[in-house]
Each structure stands twice: as C-alpha cells, then as structure tokens.
Design a protein around this ligand. Structure first.
Ligand SMILES: [Zn+2]
Length: 462
C-alpha cells in the first residue's frame, strides 16, 4: 500500500472544525498528517496527487442502502453495490436487512461480513432486523445480532405495527446501546396505496398513500423514544408533518433523529404524471439555472422509476423536507438505494416494486438542492454525510483526525456532468435521474488508504 499525498485541496473536516487549503498525507491506511508538515512527513516513495480546486473531506457514509445479498443477487450484489457507492463518493454503507432470508440472526450477519471483506470495495456495516423474518410479530435476537456486529436494527421495507412490541424492541436495543431505525408506515392508513394521496393520485386514478400514514408512526416513535429513553431514527422522511413532529420532539430533548433522501427533496408526485407536468409545475424552480430548458430530461406518465416507498409527495412536503435539512431538524442525508431488475419495474405502475437506485447521484443532488441553492455551506452538507451518521451509529468514522482510518472523499463541487444510468456500477437501472444535468461529483474515493474509485485521469499520481 503506497503512501498518498493529496496536495493543495480544500480540506473540510467538520469533526475537527477544520476548513482550509491543506495537504493530506495518508500512510499505512491511516491519516498521517494534515497541513504544512504533511509533505515533510511523506516517505520518499509517496504518490502525490494534485487535488487543487477540489474538496477533500472524510469519507461519506450512507446509512440506508439495499445491497440485496443474500438472495436477491439479480438486483445487486455486495460487489456491484459497493462499487456504485465508491463512484458516488461513499466510503461506508449500512445495508438493510430485508434480504432473502432477512438478516435476523448472527449467522447471516457473519455471512455478509465475510462477503463484504472478499468483494466489497467500501466498508459495509450491517443493520439487523427488529423482528424475526421482518414479520413484525416476535423480536429478533437483538443481543446476538449486536454480538455479531450489527450497528443498528430496523425492519426497513416494513414497519412494526404493534406499539408494545416496538416499545420492547426499543428497551432491548437501549440495553445493547443500539439505535433503532424505523421505516415509518401505518398499514391501516396506507393499505395498498402506490403514490402520494392528493391531487395527482386522484387525477391519475391511483390509490393514495397519505402523508398521515408516515406522520402517525413518527408521532408514535417520538412518544416511545420519550417513554423508553431509547434512541430512535426515522428513515427516509417524506412528509411536512413528519418534519414538524420531529422538530417539536427534538426541541423537548427526545432522543429522536431523521434522514432524508434526494428524491424526496427534489421531485414531487406531479412527476408521476410525466416530465412535462413536472417541469412546467413543481420542477420549474429547482436548481435555478442549472437545469436548462433545452436539456430537461423526458419521462412518460406512470414511469415506475418514480415509484418508491414512501412516495414522492407534494411541493409543500418537498419544501418542508428541505427546510428540515436546512434548520437541522433532519440530521442525515442518505439514498435508500433500492435496486430492482428491469423486468420487475417494466410493468404497470400498480404492480411495480417500490424503490430506486441512488448511490451514484445522492452527493450531486444534495449539493445542488442545498449548497448550490445557497441554503447550506459545504461543511453543513458534509456533516450530514459524515459526523451525523457516525454519531448515530457509534462508528469511529467520519473524521480526518490524525490516526483515523484513511477513508477520504475528494469531490469537485462545481463539476457539471450528465448522469447516465447505463454507465454506472449498480446492477440495476431503476433511477429517475437518468439524463439529468447534475453539478458536483466525487472524483476520488479512498477507503482505508486504498483508491476505491478514481474519476479523472489527471488524478492518477505523478
Ligand atoms: Zn424503507
């Protein structure tokens, strides 16, 4: 493993309140020095990489990723999913347990750790299930999951409906110092809804998934977090009411947090009616000048790449999610990368599975909607991808302090590019952002001192 000297970049390390043009030396897989003495401390055989004009930050963490192993390798594998992560600038991902079979026992956790160490190009952390078989009926062996190394528990894709069972899960998880993450969906309200319940579900004649179906569980979770004192994290928030509930609960000191995904703070339910309706309505103002009239991508009505769970919501909800990210109510950015095969998505809207890919576009969309829009600075965006998820999951990651594992993301915040889903590393192509002009891109991803992804030829060392 060569020593690496990243020279002349803007190093932003929120954990250490560091933001300056500086050199970063990586040696033996660790951060060895930052600043003036980095070049002096470099061994003679060091590989120098010129990163002038680029941002150097702690490796980004995505705590909500479906890697589909074991059992669903036609959609994604640990090899392809982690390769997609590296291209997106992520150095660590947390994989969700709704696999086949689900990750509800220590043996399956061990299997994933083994596959990840053989085939993964980024760090893979495992989220275990809350309930056996993700059936919502009986608690999974939370202690032995913790013993096997899970960093959190969740029934993601499903939601524990029984409030007493959820209370017990929180009490157990607290004993093991494990955060509980929850996919917030009240089944009795949502039934078989396929898109946000509102104007467009009526206009398009699709069954609605009301915002209250999410808000109900966010409210439940804040009550249970308060009752038990256990840490609960609400996944992929999509509704304005969820943000309001979270804001109120946090104000009162309840141990609750939330995350948001780019599709929920970029698109709205009008996109299900086709690109025309979106660009001429809710999409008019997004990205300011970045999305040029002439290269606005086209998609038809009922495009199943606009179907995810929770669904795209109204412009009011989208704006509330952005507001929550801006005022700090929503702590964490992630993708909910949910790959599906072409044949599964190429069916009528009602029959298609929920979910879209997201690892390769999340950083760009976050930069566009938050940084380029003038709402957050780079440090604040980076925090939501690094220190915030690391803190929630008790990971020794998300920082560039000397001696830390050298997980480093180098990105160009100004780089303009067009996302081509067929050119990515994911096994699946179910992205609604195909053909979009994006701004900001990871160009070098370093995991444990090793280059996991290099975008630009000029970044190859000299
Ligand atoms: Zn989910």
């Amino acid at each position: 493993m060569n020593a690496l000297l990243l020279s002349g970049g803007r190093v932003i390390d929120p954990a250490n309140h560091f933001d300056a043009i500086a050199d970063l030396l990586i040696d033996k897989g660790k951060v060895a020095a930052i600043g003036r003495d980095a070049a002096l401390k470099a061994p003679p055989e060091v590989e120098r990489v010129d990163v002038k004009g680029l941002v150097v930050c702690p490796g980004l963490i995505d705590l909500h990723v479906h890697l589909r192993e074991p059992g669903q390798t036609a959609k994604e594998t640990i090899a392809t999913g982690t390769a997609a992560a590296a291209r997106g600038g992520l150095t660590s991902v947390v994989c969700m347990p709704n696999t086949a079979p689900p990750i509800d026992n220590a043996g399956t956790v061990a299997l994933i750790h083994e596959l990840a160490s053989e085939q993964g190009v980024v760090n893979v952390y495992v989220a275990g299930a809350i309930t056996k078989n993700i059936a919502g009926e009986e608690l999974a062996p939370i202690g032995s999951l913790k013993g096997a190394g899970v960093v959190a528990i969740t029934d993601d894709g499903h939601c524990v409906q029984n409030n007493d069972l959820m209370r017990r899960a929180l009490e157990y998880a607290k004993m093991f110092n494990l955060p509980v993450m929850d996919h917030c969906q009240d089944y009795s309200l949502v039934t078989d809804g396929v898109m946000h319940e509102g104007y467009w579900s009526t206009a398009l004649g699709r069954r609605g998934w009301p915002a209250a179906g999410e808000e109900m569980i966010v409210a439940r979770n804040s009550l249970l977090a308060e009752l038990t004192g256990a840490r609960i994290h609400c996944q992929h928030l999509s509704a304005a009411g969820s943000v309001r509930l979270l804001r109120d609960a946090k104000k009162r000191g309840v141990p609750i947090s939330g995350e948001a995904c780019p599709h929920h703070f970029t698109l709205t339910d009008s996109a299900v009616a086709g690109s025309e309706k979106f660009w001429n309505g809710d999409g008019k103002r997004i990205f300011g000048a970045a999305q040029d009239q002439s290269d606005r991508p086209f998609w038809p009505a009922y495009d199943t790449n606009l179907k995810m769970n929770p669904p795209l919501r109204s412009a009011r909800d989208r704006d509330a999610i952005l507001e929550g990210l801006i005022d700090g109510t929503i702590d964490i950015l992630c993708s909910d990368h949910a790959p599906h095969c072409g044949y599964e998505k190429e069916v009528e809207f009602d029959y298609a599975p929920f979910g879209i890919t997201g690892l390769e576009t999340e950083l760009s969309l976050a930069l566009m909607q938050l940084y380029h829009a003038g709402s957050l600075d780079l440090r604040q965006v980076i925090e939501k991808f690094t220190t915030a998820p690391a803190r929630l999951l008790n990971l020794d990651k998300g920082t560039l302090h000397v001696g830390a594992e050298a997980d480093v993301t180098v990105f160009d915040p100004e780089r303009e590019w067009v996302f081509d889903k067929t050119a990515g590393a994911s096994k699946s192509l179910n992205s609604p952002f195909h053909g979009w002009s994006l701004k900001g891109k990871a160009v070098l991803t370093i995991v444990g001192g090793i280059k996991a992804w290099v975008e630009q030829r000029e970044l190859v060392g000299v």
